[in-house]
Design a protein around this ligand. Structure first.
Ligand code: ADP
Length: 255
């Protein structure tokens, strides 16, 4: 299958008055349509930098990023971005937060309104449509943020530590829940996380990065022999610990 996203020999350095910080070195990988890929690596190795380049917010120093075989253009609407903080606007209702994207890009019409209502219903937020974000739990807020992103129908979803602001208990539930929604949507997703168990429970492939400057030290396929392959099912499966330990070893081997 043709990859949806290709990174070829990407390198990037930050230049500040204090000097140069090389963040990424010769990163090459590709994502197949519908695949869920997680990126793990030591803190400060360059994970967020990688996502910013893919989102088109910065340009690589060298190398090439292709989306559907074509060079990335700035602010591609084909890419959706979900961040650590949900960035819901408190002065807008949940519904008006969800339709913000189409409202901004001028595509808010009967069809997108209907789609927003359907998604709110599907993801259990219909009765909160007129509520303010502060009335929602952390998990519901992330669902609302995800609906806002999915409503723009992106081809590729970038998730930058989207659950790390939540407490541990909520985080487990929300990451499993959101992971399942993304899987069901069939979208291609790239998740940056420092939580290895989150990566193993959600991903088809895990890209393991080295210390800064990040290089790809391994791309690990993740398969579970489960009849019903859900994040929660994976967490309880015997293979889970093996994957966790393999990644842990790989990361510590480089430290
Ligand atoms: P991670 O997401 O893996 O924690 P980042 O991509 O945020 O890592 O950062 C990688 C490295 O680049 C770090 O050493 C960080 O200090 C540096 N860095 C990040 N953003 C900037 C910036 N705007 N200017 C200078 N250095 C930066």
């Amino acid at each position: 299958m043709k990859p949806i996203l290709e990174l070829k020999n990407i390198s990037y350095s930050y230049h500040t008055p204090e000097g140069e910080t090389q963040a990424l070195s010769d990163i090459t990988f590709s994502l197949a349509p519908g695949e869920f890929t997680a990126v793990v690596g030591p803190s400060g190795c360059g994970k967020s930098t990688l996502l910013s380049l893919i989102a088109g917010l910065m340009k690589p120093e060298s190398g090439e990023i292709l989306l559907n075989g074509e060079p990335l253009t700035e602010n591609s609407s084909r890419i959706g971005y979900m961040l650590q903080h949900d960035h819901l606007f408190e002065w807008r209702t949940v519904y008006r937060n969800v339709v913000l994207g189409p409202e901004i890009n001028g595509s808010l019409n009967e069809e997108t309104r209907q789609k927003a209502e359907e998604m709110l219903k599907q993801y259990g937020l219909a009765q909160f449509a007129s509520s303010k974000p502060s009335e929602l739990s952390g998990g519901m807020r992330q669902r609302a943020a995800l609906i806002r992103t999915l409503l723009l129908d992106p081809e590729l979803l970038l998730l930058d530590e989207p659950f790390s602001a939540l407490d541990y208990q909520t985080r487990l539930n929300v990451s499993d829940d959101i992971g399942q929604i993304i899987r069901d949507s069939g979208k291609t997703a790239l998740l940056v996380t420092h939580d290895l168990s989150e990566a193993v429970s959600l991903a088809d492939h895990i890209i393991i990065l080295s210390e800064r400057p990040a290089r790809v030290s391994d791309i690990m396929p993740v398969t579970f022999s489960l009849e019903n392959d859900t994040p929660l099912g994976r967490r309880n499966a015997p293979e889970f610990k093996n994957y966790f330990n393999r990644i842990w070893k790989e990361l510590n081997h480089h430290e």
